[in-house]
Design a protein around this ligand. Structure first.
Ligand code: GDP
Ligand code: MG
Length: 211
C-alpha cells in the first residue's frame, strides 16, 4: 500500500536549561543522558507513521534563539511548536508565556499546532510553578499542555510529541499550503514589541495531562 508522506516542522522553544534538548532526545532516542550541548540549534529528521500515513518530521532544538536573533526565523519556519519551561523555575514559565504570546500574535489562529511542556516534574521539592498554572496558561492560548519529566520517563515526551504531530498533520490537511505560508507575518515586528506584555485569551480548551 502506498503511504502519503507529508513534512512537519517542529520548533522547540523555551528558556535556557529548561530541558528542551533533554525532552527532544528522550522523544527521539528514549534516552536521558543528563548533559546536552547548548552551543547552537540542532535539527533532527525522522519519519513517523501514525493513522495509516507517514510524516517526515524535522525537529529544531533551539538554543538561546531570542538572544541570537533567530527567533523570528524559527517562528516562520515551523508548523508546530513545543514551548518548554521548567516547573522549578518561574522565570522560565514567564518566558514560555511570552513565547506563546508571540506565537499567538504572529500566526493566525489554527495555523500552528502548539504544545506547552512543563518539564522536570520529578523535582517536586523544588517546584515553583503549579500544574494548574500551566493548565491555565494553555487555556489562555488554546494550546495543548503536558507536565513531563525527561529525566524520569519516555512516556511524557512521547505522548506530547505524538499529540503535537497529530494536530500538525490535521492542520496541514485542513489548510492549503499557500494560506499557511501567509499566516506567519510581521514576526520580527511583534518580537520587538510584545515581550513583557500579556496576551488575551483567544482559543478553546485542549486536552492536557501530567505524565
Ligand atoms: P536546554 O538548555 O533547554 O536544552 O536544557 P537541557 O536539556 O540542556 O537541560 C538542562 C539541564 O536540566 C541538564 O542538566 C539536564 O540534565 C537537566 N534536566 C533536563 N530535563 C530534566 C528533568 O526532567 N528533570 C531533571 N531533574 N533535570 C532535567
Ligand atoms: Mg539545549
Amino acid at each position: 500500500m502506498k503511504m502519503t508522506v507529508n513534512r512537519i516542522r517542529v520548533v522547540v522553544l523555551g528558556s535556557p536549561r529548561s530541558g528542551k534538548s533533554a525532552v527532544v532526545v528522550r522523544y527521539l532516542t528514549k534516552r536521558y543522558i543528563g548533559e546536552y550541548s547548548s552551543t547552537g540549534d540542532f535539527l533532527y529528521t525522522h519519519r513517523v507513521a501514525f493513522d495509516g500515513a507517514v510524516s517526515e518530521v524535522e525537529i529544531m532544538d533551539t538554543s538561546n534563539c531570542a538572544i541570537r536573533g533567530c527567533l523570528g526565523e524559527h517562528v516562520r519556519w515551523g508548523d508546530a511548536f513545543a514551548v518548554v519551561y521548567s516547573v522549578c523555575e518561574r522565570r522560565s514559565f514567564l518566558a514560555a508565556a511570552e513565547l506563546l504570546s508571540l506565537l499567538a500574535q504572529t500566526r493566525l489562529p489554527s495555523c500552528a499546532a502548539i504544545t506547552l511542556l512543563g518539564n522536570k516534574r520529578d523535582l517536586e521539592h523544588a517546584r515553583e510553578v503549579h500544574a494548574e498554572e500551566g493548565q491555565e496558561l494553555s487555556l489562555r492560548f488554546g494550546c495543548q499542555f503536558y507536565e513531563v519529566s525527561a529525566a524520569e520517563s519516555c512516556a511524557g515526551a512521547a505522548l506530547a510529541f505524538h499529540a503535537l504531530l497529530r494536530e500538525a498533520r490535521a492542520l496541514a490537511l485542513l489548510l492549503p499550503a499557500p494560506r499557511r505560508k501567509l499566516a506567519a507575518y510581521s514576526v520580527s515586528k511583534v518580537i520587538g514589541t510584545i515581550f513583557g506584555k500579556n496576551s488575551k485569551s483567544v482559543r478553546k480548551k485542549r486536552p492536557s495531562l501530567s505524565i
